[in-house]
Design a protein around this ligand. Structure first.
Ligand code: KG4
Ligand code: ZN
Length: 351
């Protein structure tokens, strides 16, 4: 078979400018990333316009760095895969247009990758043998979605949050506790020395909503809990205890619903991807339950959990192999459609 060049992946959907080079065998030749956390921290969340502007400033150097690290000439690239949604429209446009211009100049195929499909694909980067017919939980700052990955390579959306994403619950809870943005990793760290039983927080939607999630009520309970402490002049328990109890409420619901899905679909494995998959308590609980059931478990390394371009190049390879190539009028795709239509995302199939 003819030797195939690697795919360059580009990701700019939120607050990370990322580029990666991945071969057809799945070898990662380069993985470069510029995190914008410093830009947004003082605002307590991502400011869309600032995100777009920083992407504009850094994208060329990030891509150049990835190509230098990979030691691959531009002419050797097989295709360029770029995230085109869901995400912040202005941020996505930077990556889409850069990728489009580069692919056009090189006259190679442009691949439009759905960001969630990228997160899902990260599973197979490290574990090529992870079985299909598995339940996959995507948990990040923007998403809490349960998919059933079918035997034929399709993803079926079987549950989702009806309000906040789990990462949002972590970040907003952390903000209430006076922690800096993004608070998820800080809650994780504090919780390691705290007691999860110190404060009782509700497990929202645990016994309703089928496989859907809801986290906005939990955030409100933390708000009321802190307000009542203040009102009644009670001393705040150790922040480690509050963090651990709050984290446990989020993790409980994520684990319970995921394993209900495993049972319902007779799944062979469970995978957790997205930024919140970096949470150590969630990882511990998922591994424990999966081992008890004797099913496969996959949770990518921390660097592959949070937004990155390796996952975009990996999903790009899947699309390239099935001949799903974007046209030069490729636009961004945001909103609900971008989440539910993982298979049919505004691209044309050509031979
Ligand atoms: O996937 P990601 O990098 O970006 C989105 O697409 O949203 O996820 C970022 C989210 C943030 O909400 C962050 O607080 C959360 O993932 N996160 C964590 C941890 N590491 C990142 N949440 C809990 N525990 C962690 N260790
Ligand atoms: Zn993400």
């Amino acid at each position: 078979m003819m030797n195939m060049g690697p795919i360059l992946g580009i990701e700019t959907s939120c607050d990370e400018t990322a580029a990666a080079v991945v071969t057809d065998k799945g070898t990662v030749l380069a993985n470069v990333l510029d995190s914008q956390i410093d830009v947004h921290a003082m605002y307590g969340g991502v400011v869309p316009e600032l995100a777009s502007r920083r992407h504009i400033e850094t994208i060329e150097s990030i891509v150049r760095l990835a190509m230098t690290e990979a030691q691959v000439p531009y002419q050797a690239l097989q295709a360029i895969a770029v995230t085109h949604g869901p995400g912040l429209a202005g941020a996505l446009l930077v990556g889409v247009n850069f990728g489009k211009a580069l692919a056009y100049a090189l006259q190679i195929p442009l691949l439009a990758v759905n960001h969630l499909k990228g997160h899902l694909a990260s599973t197979w980067v490290e574990q090529p043998d992870f079985p299909r017919s598995s339940i996959m939980l995507v948990v990040s700052g923007g998403h809490t979605h349960l998919f059933f990955a079918t035997r034929t390579g399709q993803y079926q959306l079987i549950g989702k949050t009806i309000d906040d994403a789990a990462g949002e619950a972590f970040d907003k809870g952390a903000k209430m506790l006076g922690l800096t943005y993004p608070g998820g990793p800080l809650i994780d760290r504090l919780s390691r020395t705290g007691s999860a039983k110190a404060v009782h927080f509700p497990r929202p939607y645990l016994n309703r909503g089928g496989l859907d999630f809801s986290f906005s009520g939990l955030k409100t309970s933390l708000l009321y809990y802190l307000r009542d402490l203040k009102k009644n002049d009670h001393v705040m328990p150790a922040i480690e205890d509050v963090a651990a109890s709050y984290q446990e409420a989020i993790v409980d619901v994520l684990v319970e619903k995921s394993f209900r899905a495993v049972r319902k679909y007779g799944a062979k494995g469970i995978a957790v991807v997205g930024g919140v998959a970096a949470n150590s308590r969630l990882r511990e609980r998922i591994i424990e339950r999966a081992q008890k059931l004797g099913i496969f478990v996959a949770m990518p390394a921390l660097s592959l959990c949070t937004d990155n371009a390796v996952m975009i190049a990996a999903a790009g390879w899947e699309q390239f192999r099935s001949g799903v190539i974007a046209t030069w009028d490729l636009d961004t795709e945001v909103g609900q459609a971008a989440v539910t239509n993982l298979q049919t995302h505004s691209v044309q199939t050509i031979a």
